[in-house]
Every structure is written in C-alpha cells, then in structure tokens.
Design a protein around this ligand. Structure first.
Ligand SMILES: O=C(O)C(=O)C[C@H](O)C(=O)CO
Ligand SMILES: [Zn+2]
Length: 279
C-alpha cells in the first residue's frame, strides 16, 4: 500500500514537478490480477485498483488499516471502468458492467471481484474503489450504467460541455461519507470543472478515463491563487486536498470518476473561484 501523509498548502510553492507528482498524482493503480492501494491521510481515503485478468481477485485487507477485513471500518464506492464484471459481496453476486457503480457498506467481509467478458474488446474488468472510514452500515447497492442523478453542465462555446452523473450522494445511494459519480465531456469540449471550485469540508479524487494514449489532461491543483499543474494520463488519479482546486483541460476527449469524503455529503457545498481571480 502506498502511504501518503497530508500536505499543507504553504508547502506547495516550494515543490517542483517531481514532488507535486509524488504527493498528488496516483499512477499505476491498475495491474492484472492484483489489488493495488494508495492510502492518503487527507480524510483517510483509500484508493484501490483491481483488474481480475486471469482469475477473480479477493479484496485483501492491508496491514496499514489494521483490520481483519477491508470493510470492518470502511465503506467504498466501486466503479468499473473496464470490461464486464461481477463483485460478489458475502456470496451475493452483483453484475457491475462498464460505467456501473456499486456501493459496499461497512461490515462486508468477503468481497471477490471478477471479469465476465470472454476476453472481448473491452478486456477484463477494471474496478476502481474509493473508500473512506464508515461508522455505520448502509446496504450494498448497485447503480446501473445510465442510472443515478444527471446534471448537464457547461457550454460548447466555453469548451466545457459535460454530463455529470451522481451515483452515491445525499439524494441517491446512501453512505456515511462517500460521494461519487462520473463526468463525461461532450465531443469537442475539453475543460472539466471550469469555473473551478474548492470545498474545504471534503477531499476529492479524480480518476481520469478514456484518455487516448497520445493525449493528456492538464490538471490544475493548488490554492486558487497559487495554482500548479500535473500532466495526467489515462487511468491515473489526482488527489485534491480540501484547499485545492481541481480542474483540467484535455488534449482529447475523456471522462473521469470523481469521489469525495469528509465533513458532509452536500455536493453543492463548494466555493467557486472565477478564473479571473486565479493565478
Ligand atoms: O464536471 C464537473 O464539474 C465535476 O465533475 C465536478 C466534480 O463532481 C466535483 O468536483 C464536485 O465537487
Ligand atoms: Zn469538487
């Protein structure tokens, strides 16, 4: 498990590219037949990538969380960004196809992730887990692709036309902390989350998907008047501490899985920052 301590904003001005990437960029989260994890002390969020390529993968616990089972004190949202698959939770099989989201509540003990495609064009399933501490148990719940609460945002004239779908949120699938969904840029639009915002009550992570191999997302982070950027490739994630903006522009169309944890689950609890105020 890659353990990352929290970063205070006053340290960002002195950071070079390598340190910014070491602290906030998550690379190589996905590897065949493995469960790879990153633990950030920002709201104690744990990210896990699972690609059951040749056999099902049983979600392990990790020594760093000191629990007999991963979900003893945690919950998670799981989005499949690969081929068709299943997530079996204590014997109950959930078909989690590409674009579907499964919420797994505190108390789950045996979680097995598997691919069901016959090695078709989509390849194996690619499960992305966003986990946060949980202090009560909510039921494991599946949202099918195309389900959830949809918001149409932006405009083609500002190249930020996009469809935001909320899966796990106050008016959707219930959870303790996790708020999770997916945003898809419309053809010809490249900017996400512009105008930018921060939410000091929550940490957020973006996992970028469907980024062509020869393209990148230029992702903005940092305090609004002390921004930095990261060049992000497909299936890489960026950790946005509560003080950080999180916005980006791609060199080709893409989507991203966004997820938050912290003080509240109010999606609209955010503080906007006009681009004219940012540096
Ligand atoms: O397209 C967007 O805008 C988003 O997806 C915004 C994220 O959901 C977010 O940052 C919510 O706080
Ligand atoms: Zn946000």
């Amino acid at each position: 498990m890659d353990l990352r301590y929290a970063t205070s904003p006053e340290h960002v001005p002195g950071m070079d590219t390598d340190e910014l990437r070491r602290r906030f960029l998550v690379q190589d989260l996905f590897a065949d037949d493995e469960a790879r994890a990153v633990y950030t002390h920002h709201d104690r969020v744990v990210l896990v990538g699972v690609v059951p390529a040749s056999a099902p993968v049983t979600l392990p616990t990790f020594p760093e969380i000191r629990s007999e089972h991963f979900f003893d004190h945690r919950e998670a949202g799981i989005v499949n960004v690969g081929g068709p698959g299943t997530v079996t939770v204590d014997g109950a099989v959930h078909h989690v196809d590409r674009g579907a989201c499964l919420y797994v509540g505190r108390g789950a003990r045996d979680v097995v992730l598997a691919s069901t495609g016959a090695g078709g064009a989509d390849g194996p399933a690619r499960f992305y887990l966003f986990s946060a501490p949980a202090h009560t148990a909510f039921p494991t719940t599946l949202v099918e692709p195309g389900g959830g609460t949809v918001r149409e945002l932006g405009d083609a004239l500002t190249s930020n036309r996009r469809t935001l779908t909320q899966y796990i949120h106050e008016d959707g699938v219930r959870s303790c902390q996790v708020v999770m969904g997916v945003t898809r840029l419309h053809p010809g639009s490249m900017w996400n989350t512009m105008p930018a915002h921060t939410h000091d009550r929550r940490t957020e992570v973006y996992l970028y998907v469907d980024v062509p191999d020869d393209a990148r997302v230029v992702h903005l982070l940092g305090e609004p008047t002390e921004t930095r950027h990261l060049l992000v490739a497909n299936h890489e994630a960026v950790i946005a501490p509560s003080w950080s903006v999180h916005s980006g522009v791609g060199t080709a169309s893409y989507g991203f899985v966004w997820a938050m944890a912290g003080e509240n689950q109010s999606f609209d609890d955010m503080d906007g920052h006009p681009i004219t105020d940012m540096r």
